[in-house]
Design a protein around this ligand. Structure first.
Ligand code: PLP
Length: 504
C-alpha cells in the first residue's frame, strides 16, 4: 500500500504564509489523499477489523501539548499512516459484522468532501439556499423510495438518538400542557407524562426521555413476545392503568428493527391504540427503514407506518451514507415547529422570504446545520432506487444463508427470527450429565470467549446481546462490500475458534 510522505523529512521551522494552504499544495495533497484512500479501501481485506491496540496506546504516542509552529502537511499525513490507521477499528471492512454493520460509499465520500469545501451553515434559507432546498428534494425522494405518503414532511439531523428526541419533544408539545411556556418543573398542575416503548427499544429513547426532563419513571417499558416484539395487549393494559392513576400518555415508540434482534413491533395494532387514545406514535426505524426501498420488503417494514406521527430512519446505517445522517419524517411538522421555533432579531429574514421557504433551524435545537443532504443526493443518484434495493436485498439473502447454516449445524442454534440482515445465534455444544444452570453458565462463557477470540484475531468483528438471559452472538450484514465469501469465511472462523476453545 502506498504510504504517505514521511514526516522525517519535514523542514524545521515550517511557517505557512498568512491565508490558507496554497491552491497548488491543496491540489497536490488532495490527489495524494484520494489515492491513499483508494489504497486503504483496496487493502481493507488484509487489515484487522478490530483495532489491535490497547486503551491509551494512541494517546501515549501523541504530544501532550499542541505544536507551537505549523507543521507541513506531509508530516501530518505521515502520522495518519503511522499513528491513526493502527488505532482504527475498520468499520468499512467487509468482515465487520458487529452492532449494525454500516458502511460509507464512494459517492457519499465525495458528497462529504464537497460539504466540507462549501462549509455552509444552513441556519436560514438565505444563508444556505442550496442546502435548504436540496434537503427538501432529497427527503421527498427518500420518502417516495420508502413509501411514506406526502403528508409527511422531513428534516435531517445527525443521529437517530437526536431524531427520536425531537419526535418526543413534538409529542410533548402535542399534549398541550404549556410545557414550552411553563416547563416541567415547579408545577403542581402537571401530571406524570408517560412514554411507552417495548423493553427491546433502543436506549436512545430513554436518553431522549432523560434529555427532555420527563424523568426515567415516565418511560414505561412494555413486555415483548417470544419473538421480541412489543405486545399490544400489554400496551393497552398499561395505558388504561396509567390513565386510571391520572397519568397522561404522551407518546408510544414502536421499533421497526430492534437493535438486539431486528424484530419488528406490530405497528398496525399499536397505531390502532394510538388512534383510539389520541397518543403520538413515533416509529424508530433507524436500521430497518432503509429496507423499505426493496419493494418486496416494504410491506414487512412499513406496515401501518403511514399512520405514525413521526418516523425515523438512518441513511448512515443501511443506505451507504457516511456517518452522520439521520432523517425524521413527521406528519405534524407544525407541532415540531411549535416546539422549537425561536427566531431572534438577528436571524429574521424578510417577511416575503419567510413565507416561502423552510428554515430547518426552526425545527430543532441546532441553529447552524451541515449540508448533509449533498451526500445523500450523490448516493441516491449514483446507485438509483434499483441499485440501493439490490444491495440491501443481497444483504438479506446473505443473512438468510447464514441463518440456514446455523439451523443445519448441530453445535449451533439460532436465537431469533431473521426478518432482515441480522442473525442472532450461539454455539451450543452439549455435555452429558450437566445441570441446566451449569450448562447455561458454560454456554454463556463459551460464546463470550468465542466472540473475544474471534474479534482479537482481527479477521472479523462480531458483537453480542442477551436474549432470554443467553449470551447471544449477533452477525449483522450491512457493508456495501460484504459478499458471500466474507460470510462463508466468518462461518469457518466460528468453527475454527469453537474447535480451538473446545479442545482446551
Ligand atoms: N434506534 C435503533 C433501533 C438503533 O439500532 C440505534 C443504533 O443502533 C439507534 C436508534 C441510535 O442510532 P444513532 O447512533 O443514529 O443515534
Amino acid at each position: 500500500m502506498a504510504r504517505m510522505s514521511r514526516a522525517d523529512n519535514a523542514p524545521q521551522g515550517f511557517a505557512p504564509p498568512l491565508g490558507d494552504m496554497s491552491i497548488e499544495e491543496f491540489r497536490r495533497y488532495g490527489h495524494q489523499l484520494v489515492d491513499w484512500i483508494g489504497d486503504y479501501f483496496a487493502s481493507l481485506d488484509e487489515r484487522p477489523v478490530l483495532a489491535q491496540i490497547e486503551p491509551g496506546d494512541l494517546i501515549k504516542q501523541l504530544p501532550t501539548a499542541p505544536p507551537e509552529h505549523g507543521e507541513p502537511m506531509a508530516a501530518i499525513l505521515a502520522d495518519v499512516d503511522r499513528l491513526i490507521v493502527p488505532a482504527l477499528t475498520n468499520w468499512h471492512h467487509p468482515s465487520f459484522f458487529a452492532y449494525f454493520a454500516t458502511s460509507t460509499s464512494a459517492p457519499g465520500i465525495f458528497g462529504e468532501l464537497l460539504c466540507a469545501a462549501f462549509d455552509v451553515k444552513a441556519l436560514l434559507w438565505r444563508a444556505a439556499p442550496a442546502a435548504t432546498e436540496l434537503e427538501e428534494v432529497v427527503l421527498r425522494w427518500l420518502r417516495q423510495l420508502i413509501g411514506l405518503p406526502e403528508t409527511f414532511g422531513g428534516i435531517i439531523y445527525d443521529t437517530a438518538s437526536v431524531s427520536s428526541m425531537h419526535a418526543l419533544a413534538a409529542a410533548r408539545e402535542h399534549v398541550n400542557l404549556r410545557i414550552r411556556e411553563d416547563g416541567m418543573s415547579g408545577r403542581v398542575d402537571l401530571p406524570l407524562l408517560r412514554i411507552y416503548s417495548s423493553e427491546q427499544a433502543h436506549s436512545s429513547i430513554e436518553k431522549g426521555v432523560l434529555t427532555l426532563g420527563f424523568g426515567q419513571r415516565a418511560l414505561r417499558k412494555i413486555p415483548a413476545d417470544a419473538e421480541f416484539r412489543m405486545q399490544p395487549g400489554a400496551l393497552a393494559h398499561a395505558i388504561a392503568e396509567d390513565k386510571q392513576q391520572g397519568f397522561v400518555p404522551c407518546a408510544i415508540v414502536a421499533t421497526v428493527g430492534t437493535t438486539s434482534t431486528s424484530s419488528i413491533d406490530p405497528v398496525p395494532a399499536i397505531a390502532d391504540i394510538c388512534t383510539r387514545e389520541n397518543i403520538w406514535l413515533h416509529v424508530d426505524a433507524a436500521y430497518a427503514g432503509s429496507a423499505a426501498v426493496v419493494p418486496e420488503l416494504r410491506p414487512v417494514v412499513m406496515a401501518a407506518c403511514e399512520r405514525a406521527d413521526s418516523f425515523t430512519l438512518n441513511p448512515h446505517k443501511w443506505l451507504f451514507t457516511p456517518f452522520d445522517l439521520s432523517v425524521l419524517y413527521c406528519r405534524r411538522m407544525d407541532v415540531l415547529h411549535r416546539a422549537f421555533s425561536l427566531v431572534p432579531e438577528y436571524l429574521r429574514a424578510p417577511q416575503a422570504e419567510r413565507e416561502t421557504v423552510t428554515n430547518h433551524s426552526e425545527y430543532g435545537i441546532q441553529l447552524g446545520r451541515r449540508f448533509r443532504a449533498l451526500k445523500l443526493w450523490f448516493i441516491l443518484r449514483y446507485f438509483g432506487h434499483e441499485g440501493l434495493a439490490a444491495r440491501i436485498r443481497e444483504h438479506c439473502r446473505l443473512a438468510q444463508l447464514f441463518a440456514a447454516w446455523v439451523d443445519a449445524a448441530p453445535l449451533w442454534e439460532r436465537l431469533a427470527p431473521v426478518p432482515l440482515s441480522l442473525v442472532c445465534f450461539r454455539a451450543c455444544p452439549q455435555r452429558a450429565n450437566e445441570s441446566e444452570a451449569d450448562a447455561a453458565a458454560r454456554l454463556d462463557a463459551l460464546n463470550e470467549q468465542l466472540m473475544h477470540a474471534l474479534n482479537a484475531s482481527g479477521a472479523a468483528f462480531l458483537s453480542h446481546t442477551k436474549l432470554n438471559d443467553k449470551f447471544t452472538l449477533r452477525l449483522s450484514i450491512g457493508n456495501i462490500n460484504t459478499t458471500e465469501v466474507h460470510v462463508r469465511r466468518m462461518w469457518e472462523l466460528l468453527h475454527e475458534h469453537l474447535a480451538r476453545l473446545s479442545a482446551r
